[in-house]
Design a protein around this ligand. Structure first.
Ligand SMILES: [Zn+2]
Length: 194
């Protein structure tokens, strides 16, 4: 349990980003918000299945959530994290959606052969994967130390969110956004000089 995908595995499958410490961040990053209209990387259905398969190692077992519920939780995660970055209160509906998804599949812990196991009680009709993602988001928001590491990519053309495990991290993927931005700055500078 808790094996996260490598960012390159996600890039190879057509996603812009991923392999963050929290699945919630990876989920938020499946929507590119700067293009207008935004681009949903979980479309079409084949991509959605691939994404959930890549995340399966660190999520509870159970069916893949339906499109509408996935979108709702993704928007809620995005809203509460964006609100934090903007220093404003999140919309109440986003908080309600996270709380509802978490409590729709309540969790209990048990000791099994010396190991802690989390059980998701899906008999109440919830989806375990979404409950886990909602819980992660709630725990992140309640953890000031972790939350202080939350960043949006420094490339103005990029909406990706991540937790900066070291202070200097500015880019979602340095080899993509970092390079692109450095090249653009260099171009601007040389153009002004000539
Ligand atoms: Zn980026």
């Amino acid at each position: 349990m808790n094996t996260r995908p490598n960012v390159n595995e996600l890039l190879d499958e057509g996603f812009a980003m991923g392999g963050e410490r929290l699945v919630a961040l990876d989920l938020a990053d499946t929507e590119m918000l700067v293009p207008n209209p935004s681009i949903d990387l979980l479309e079409p259905a084949g991509q959605r299945e691939k994404w959930w398969a890549l995340q399966a190692g660190r999520l509870p077992e159970g069916p893949i959530p339906d499109v509408a519920s996935t979108r709702r939780i993704r928007s809620a995660v995005r809203e509460v994290l964006d609100a934090h970055l903007a220093g404003r209160r999140p919309e109440a509906t986003a908080v309600e959606d996270l709380n509802a998804a978490s409590s729709a599949a309540p969790q209990s812990v048990r000791l099994d052969d010396g190991e802690l196991q989390v059980r998701y009680h899906v008999e109440y009709g919830g989806n375990a994967k979404l409950a886990a993602i909602a819980r992660e988001t709630i725990e992140l928001l309640a953890d000031a130390e972790q939350l202080a590491l939350l960043r949006r990519c420094a490339n103005p053309e990029c909406s990706m969110l991540f937790l900066a495990e070291h202070k200097r991290r500015q880019w979602c993927v340095g080899s993509i956004c970092g390079n692109r931005t450095r090249v653009a700055r260099h171009y601007e500078k040389t153009r002004k000089q000539s």
